[in-house]
Ligand binder design. Sequence first.
Ligand code: IPE
Ligand code: IPE
Ligand code: MG
Length: 250
Amino acid sequence: MPLFRSKEREAEQVQVDFDRLPRHIAIIMDGNGRWAQKRGLPRTAGHAAGAENFRTIATYCKDIGLEYLTVYAFSTENWKRPAEEVKAIMGLLKKYLLEAIGRMERDRVKMEFFGDLSPLPQELQDLCRRTREISKGYDGCQVNICLNYGGRDELLRAARAYAQDCVEGRADPNHLTAEHFAGYLFSRGVPDPDLVIRPSGELRLSNFLLWQSAYAEFYFTDVLWPDFSKEELHRAIAAYQSRSRRFGGI
Ligand code: IPE
Ligand code: IPE
Ligand code: MG
């Protein structure tokens, strides 16, 4: 039965069936720079607003009972940006994780990181490990933060690790299955995303979850990430719920 969870939405008639939520939503958190530019602010102010919005949306996803949320926070290509901007993003991530650690007992959100953390500032790497360690037994929503993540990088790493296992006799290439290969990805153990959302008007994946999004439903919107509200999320979920997923069948 369609349910309305907020008064504003009742007015706009966006129907979300909270009993039929996607299990896993993935978001490309894009548009921070343009959000700031529109306001005559430095790009870093956009990243700060984006981080704040991530807090709001992640909390909301936990509250409505979503099982998995994966967000693209920093790509393997984002190192091309000016050093000052990269530094500001790393600082915001650090601030976010410190606050998340403070709230962990209460939130019981399980946090994971997809990507090679080793080029990140040591302090940030340590915070990621701590966050993962503290929350690993939690059974609430699982939030995966993609940091220095790239779909191709993930696939190359998996291929290398798999080849190594073949060389050392732990795997037999004649018996490789998709399920087995998925076990070498950063996302091992996490079901594929059902819904991939990209705000900011760009119509591309930008190297996000290439393997995992094979049968995801996509939702694109011109809204910039810092403005992507709970209502926007409702719109995305409602669109998802209106789709017919056939997975190649009829
Ligand atoms: C997304 O916002 C944040 C990161 C990629 C780290 P952008 O910084 O890409 O914002 P736009 O696309 O320039 O507006
Ligand atoms: C994708 O956004 C990466 C993140 C949101 C972290 P980008 O802004 O880097 O992507 P492009 O450059 O527009 O493809
Ligand atoms: Mg961008």
